[in-house]
Design a protein around this ligand. Sequence first.
Ligand SMILES: *[C@@H]1O[C@H](CO)[C@@H](O)[C@H](O)[C@H]1NC(C)=O
Ligand SMILES: *[C@@H]1O[C@H](CO)[C@@H](O)[C@H](O)[C@H]1NC(C)=O
Ligand SMILES: *[C@@H]1O[C@H](CO)[C@@H](O)[C@H](O)[C@H]1NC(C)=O
Ligand SMILES: *[C@@H]1O[C@H](CO)[C@@H](O)[C@H](O)[C@H]1NC(C)=O
Ligand SMILES: *[C@@H]1O[C@H](CO)[C@@H](O)[C@H](O)[C@H]1NC(C)=O
Ligand SMILES: *[C@@H]1O[C@H](CO)[C@@H](O)[C@H](O)[C@H]1NC(C)=O
Ligand SMILES: *[C@@H]1O[C@H](CO)[C@@H](O)[C@H](O)[C@H]1NC(C)=O
Length: 840
Amino acid sequence: MAEFYRNLTLVTTLFILLQLCSNISYSTSNSITRNQTIRDGDLLISEEETFEFGFFSPKSSTLRYVGIWYKNIEPQTVVWVANREKPLSDNNGALKIADDGNLVVVNGENETVWSTNVKPESNNTVAVLLETGDLVLSSDSDRNDLYWESFNNQTDTFLPGMRFRVNPSIGENRAFVPWKSENDPSPGRYSLGVDPIGALEIVIWEGEARKWRSGPWNSQIFTGIPDMFRNTNYINGFKLSSPPDPDGSVYFTYVPSDSSDLLRFTIRFDGIIDQFRWNKDAKNWTLLQVKPGRECERYNRCGNYSVCDDSKEFDSGKCSCIDGFEPVYRNQWNARNFSGGCKRSVPLSCGLVADKEDGFKELERMKVPDFGSVVSLKNSETCEDLCARDCSCNAYAHIEGIGWMIWTGDLIDMEHFEHGGNSINIRLAGSELDGKQKSKLWFIILSVLGAFFLGLCIFIIWKFKKRLKAFLLKKKDIPVSDNRENSAESSTELIKVLVGDQVDTPDLPIFSFDSIASATEDFSEENKLGHGGFGTVYKGNFSGGREIAVKRLSGKSKQGLEEFKNEILLIAKLQHRNLVRLLGCCIEDNEKMLLYEYMPNKSLDSFLFDEIKRESLDWRKRCEIIGGIARGLLYLHRDSRLKIIHRDLKASNVLLDTEMNPKISDFGMARIFNYRQDHANTIRVVGTYGYMAPEYAMEGIFSEKSDVYSFGVLMLEIVSGSKNVSFRGSEHGSLIGYAWHLWSQGKTKELIDPTVKGTRDVTEAMRCIHVGMLCTQDSVMHRPNMGSVLLMLESQISQLPRPRQPIFHSFLNSDEIELKLDGHDIASVNDVTLTTIIGR
Ligand SMILES: *[C@@H]1O[C@H](CO)[C@@H](O)[C@H](O)[C@H]1NC(C)=O
Ligand SMILES: *[C@@H]1O[C@H](CO)[C@@H](O)[C@H](O)[C@H]1NC(C)=O
Ligand SMILES: *[C@@H]1O[C@H](CO)[C@@H](O)[C@H](O)[C@H]1NC(C)=O
Ligand SMILES: *[C@@H]1O[C@H](CO)[C@@H](O)[C@H](O)[C@H]1NC(C)=O
Ligand SMILES: *[C@@H]1O[C@H](CO)[C@@H](O)[C@H](O)[C@H]1NC(C)=O
Ligand SMILES: *[C@@H]1O[C@H](CO)[C@@H](O)[C@H](O)[C@H]1NC(C)=O
Ligand SMILES: *[C@@H]1O[C@H](CO)[C@@H](O)[C@H](O)[C@H]1NC(C)=O
């Protein structure tokens, strides 16, 4: 019994010992020597147990591959595969050193399915799995004598310590080829590598087509990845070896800032590079970055000659043609198919005769285009000269760390960054350049000089204010007669102070309060012409005999100030014979005044609605007045540099000069539109009762068509000699309703003012009424614009559309609207401009 126990103990001890031994040899082995065989199931483990080498099957596959993966990391993360094209179908494969010294993978039939395939000088070799994840085949006697290493035969993963070869004479090095799919390590259709030609960059290809590129390496970062500066993992990461090997090769390496970090770059089966760091605490991979990630990182996302900007969202997505270029296929572009790209709007003259020579326009913060070449400049030659001389050169740039580059082909794959990037100079036809691009140096010199002199001037003015004023008074060619009684200073400064830093401050003569006071005899009652929207209008008489009209803002009126500024800004820029001219202004303490040309015949309403005076307005005159107003309005809407909506057109705002020519006045409420804008909203509805278009009165929407409505009302008033509002409360609600009523009964003629009745121009008057009715249609859509109105009036359009029945006037007369209008700030309902706030 005791014997038995002793034997048992012995056997057990032996067994345990054996087990231990095998375990130890198992786990410490990081190499295969000549006489060893690694069978499926056995593993090589690197010295500090970071990597393992052996047979594996990808998830959901039974095929056996030989590869390297991280030890102790779940799920299994494979970084290298040997027999990716020839998997084994069973577990009978083995790894060994062949007789010729190569490391081979054999199948159950002893057939070699994979080999390192080199010619070692000695067949006494050893394969070792290093701590970095590199599997090396070396001479057993001299381990530094490497014949082969897995780091030079990469699959899809770039590991720290790997050397990524770059050699311009060899060309593109597509070292990494991802798996075909998540479970199939065979080579997929993508590849990742370096394009060393021109300026060196990293590229992802799909077949032969580029899918992403890093932008040129500037010896610190890849310029197309500006965040590299902010990412400490990067900034200390990539290095390009130097000096080159004898054959001209240099190598990219990557060293993590913390060498104990496990980091990897892997190109996924779908052609995307992920950078991961192992998180030891959470025991999972942290994704550091993805390329291409943002939409604009996709190669040439916007097509040739265009720029992608991820911070923008245009109508056409994130793409825009570079300045001076336009979409090749506008429709596709608008439908967000950018593959057609952009083309030059104006071809380069390139030495041919042209008005202006080709020039360059600088784009900032750019990912520079692909396929540039680095050039070396001879002394005294600039890159601009070099590019300008070569007709195929489209752009040049200077990139710190690379030098001068030019692009002679199409400009491809450009991106605009919010931070970082490089400036690039795009070549454009002379006519596409604004003058200031001409010479940067001159620009700088001039601005410095300009600033200096401006400073000097301000200093002098400040120092000699008094004397200068006196001097100016003596010297100045004062627009309005006498130079003793009115002091005028042509200065934008005062206006600037008042209206703020407007870009286009008009240069308007400024008059002193005293000179105006004496011209208007201290604003005497006799000189009072009327009471306009936001102030009283006086007649002024300068001693030279020149007459002016002065609008004086009531001192307290805050609101008037707004209109005052508006009028200065607007009307000073407008020049048309049917617009009243602003001659100057006065800004002194609480006094704000505008000076206009004096209109001896006052305003249209003083004639039109006056029993006696109206007779002097025969049909010819009325017709001319209508035409004049229409042309003035068309100028505002279309022909001036700005698009202006007057918003307060009415009989009392049309002034008449000595020849009874109409002039539109009072631009206090006018608004400037930009050209593409066709309507705007305001919460402050201003206008005059009876002239306001329905959409404006009720919703605060105004457009040129709301002016057309006012014009229509005015025209009906001129033809009929009656006020629109005088029909309030009547059966038809308004003049418009009355006109409709007569028209639908075929009695339009009755609308014509009796004082002009019996004229031979009845058809013309009827035409005016018809057009007036079209202008006062309730729906914006049914109203013509001023251009068509003029054509209609000049009988150039023979067939006028039928007007529809107007409904709106009845709303306008309902109590509801009146309450709203009456609730605020209204002086009188009849003649004076109303202001109301519509609650929103
Ligand atoms: C390998 O086996 C050969 C004989 O086949 C032997 O001569 C040699 O010493 C062995 N080498 C090692 C390292 O075990
Ligand atoms: C291996 O090398 C030794 C001497 O270096 C040689 O004798 C032997 O034949 C070689 N074996 C094979 C299979 O080539
Ligand atoms: C494989 O070849 C080795 C020698 O290279 C031999 O010893 C072994 O028996 C062979 N195995 C099979 C299954 O053929
Ligand atoms: C290893 O890489 C070299 C070039 O780097 C290549 O010629 C060779 O085919 C590769 N071998 C394997 C087994 O992938
Ligand atoms: C990694 O683990 C952390 C903590 O457990 C978790 O918050 C995070 O979502 C995980 N990340 C991934 C990619 O699974
Ligand atoms: C985009 O436009 C190109 C031609 O420029 C055309 O070949 C392609 O089919 C278009 N793609 C789509 C999705 O419409
Ligand atoms: C864009 O430029 C490339 C390179 O010059 C050219 O091959 C391609 O045809 C161009 N694409 C279009 C749509 O013109």
